[in-house]
Design a binder for this molecule. Structure first.
Ligand SMILES: Nc1ncnc2c1ncn2[C@@H]1O[C@H](COP(=O)(O)OP(=O)(O)OP(=O)(O)O)[C@@H](O)[C@H]1O
Length: 447
């Protein structure tokens, strides 16, 4: 079944940081911020086209007074597909280019730069995940792409065509966001076909519903009402509805934020499967790095209204472009640049601190080995069995702590260290990065 077809993806980088000198118990998880229905138009922000008054309206931009008809090309393709007995969902994912995008908000304290000169291109049929700390500008960029915000400067191009002046209803979009925004009084089938009916699309609505229910793993549920569905099922309906009008671009804002981890995982795998089957260009805002790493072809890391890095998840994970990205993506240890380990590794930096990933640490136990001689001595300070991995907290003789994480199986075969045991630690200097705390602080600049 399409919904169950899981794609294989690179290992996920856990989102956790170990702060300088902090004990295991003192570790702070990354804040997880959830926003309900953030794609709702903010009052007085629209410039063109009818004002959308609710989340449901935002999710169904086709509710304009004079809904645009399906394009002649789309209609022709649908008719051809119907005649050939093929699926009637014909999507041409757009290449979406955002150029020199700037968005300033007028606030009581002056002008606030939420997006401050952003260039990014999303290739047709790919998934781009927008990641970054709270307030870094992710949702604002999504809304600018959608036409829900008027840019201060910059352009949005769909397949090379400048759509910056187009209203939201003229951009061929599908929306999915956390609050579901389904019409509760309508059946699942009616929710799905609401858009095509409003746009007077010349399609077989029954067939479209069947195809979309199959695509989203909801076979047999077309006659139910949203309150009779689970949260995961409702979000699948939202996806089906977003795709019903053959959008060129699907925009998702924290779509799975309210769901439990197992349902989230199933939904995101389903999302990737759908996108790859039908080829719709997709942009997703998420706080969940595991989600981004699982599904995205391209990740875009935001900080304070600017893009710090964009690339494939592998590129960003392997070669972070800045201390901010290294710190934001995955586990890191923070050490003083003058610490024993850094000096022993002959890593030189003019910055006061150094980062390294737990996964780049090598631990030797035989003090007579040549490797041990080239390493810094530490003691096992604490050990935690985390299920699939074992995490050790190692303390150097200068009092500096670091994490060392090893797969449980490897730990059993190779390490199985005792608390208090002496170990010898090395990190390739090319895997270290000097930094100053001002460079990794992603807290939003308030307006
Ligand atoms: N209409 C507005 N008026 C004034 N400031 C705004 C407005 N919309 C957004 N902002 C500010 O712009 C900044 C970026 O907001 P945005 O919602 O894009 O961030 P985000 O990265 O999506 O954050 P989060 O992850 O918390 O949702 C924030 O500081 C926010 O307060």
């Amino acid at each position: 079944m399409a919904w169950m077809a899981l794609a294989g993806f690179p290992p996920v980088l856990a989102v956790q940081q170990r702060r300088l000198g902090a004990s295991p118990a003192a570790q702070q998880p990354q804040p997880f911020v959830q926003h309900a229905a953030r794609l709702q138009p903010r009052p007085a922000q629209r410039r063109a086209g009818p004002v959308l008054a609710s989340a449901e309206a935002a999710a169904a931009p086709q509710q304009s007074a004079q809904p645009p008809a399906a394009t002649a090309q789309q209609q022709q393709e649908q008719q051809q597909a119907a005649a050939a007995g093929q699926p009637s969902i014909v999507v041409h994912g757009a290449q979406v280019a955002v150029q020199d995008m700037v968005k300033h908000f007028q606030t009581r304290r002056g002008m606030f730069k939420a997006v401050n000169g952003v260039d990014v291109t999303m290739e047709p049929g790919t998934i781009t995940a927008l990641l970054g700390p709270s307030g870094s500008g992710k949702t604002t960029l999504l809304r600018l792409i959608a036409g829900l915000e008027e840019p201060t400067a910059g352009r949005v191009l769909f397949d090379g065509e400048d759509v910056t002046e187009y209203g939201v209803q003229d951009r061929d979009l599908g929306f999915v966001f956390q609050g579901y925004a389904l019409f509760k009084h309508m059946t699942v089938a009616d929710n799905i076909t609401f858009g095509p009916r409003m746009r007077k699309m010349d399609i077989d609505c029954e067939k479209r519903v069947e195809e979309l229910l199959e695509l989203t793993g909801l076979q047999g549920l077309g006659g139910r009402f949203p309150p009779q569905l689970s949260g995961g099922q409702r979000q699948r309906v939202a996806m089906a509805r977003a795709l019903a009008c053959n959008p060129r671009l699907m925009l998702l804002d924290e779509p799975f934020g309210a769901l439990d981890p197992i349902v989230r995982k199933s939904l995101r795998n389903g999302l990737r499967d759908i996108v790859k089957r039908i080829g719709v260009t997709t942009v997703i805002v998420t706080h969940d790095q595991e989600e981004a790493w699982d599904i995205a072809d391209q990740v875009v890391i935001f900080n304070k209204g600017l893009i710090e890095q964009q690339g494939t998840p592998e590129e960003v994970g392997r070669a972070p472009a800045s201390p901010f990205v290294m710190n934001f993506v995955g586990d890191v240890n923070h050490l003083p640049a003058s610490s024993q380990l850094v000096r022993k590794m002959s890593f030189h930096t003019d910055k006061p601190f150094v980062m390294c990933r737990p996964s780049d640490i090598t631990v030797h136990t035989n003090y007579e080995s040549p490797e041990a001689a080239a390493s810094a001595a530490a003691s096992v300070h604490d050990k935690q069995n985390m299920g699939k991995v074992v995490r050790y907290y190692l303390r150097f003789d200068d009092g500096v702590d670091i994490d060392f994480t090893v797969p449980r199986r490897q730990d059993e075969e190779q390490f199985d260290l005792d608390v208090g045991q002496r170990v010898y630690v090395s990190v390739p200097p090319e895997r270290m990065m000097g930094f100053d705390y001002s460079e990794v602080d992603g807290s939003a600049v308030t307006a």
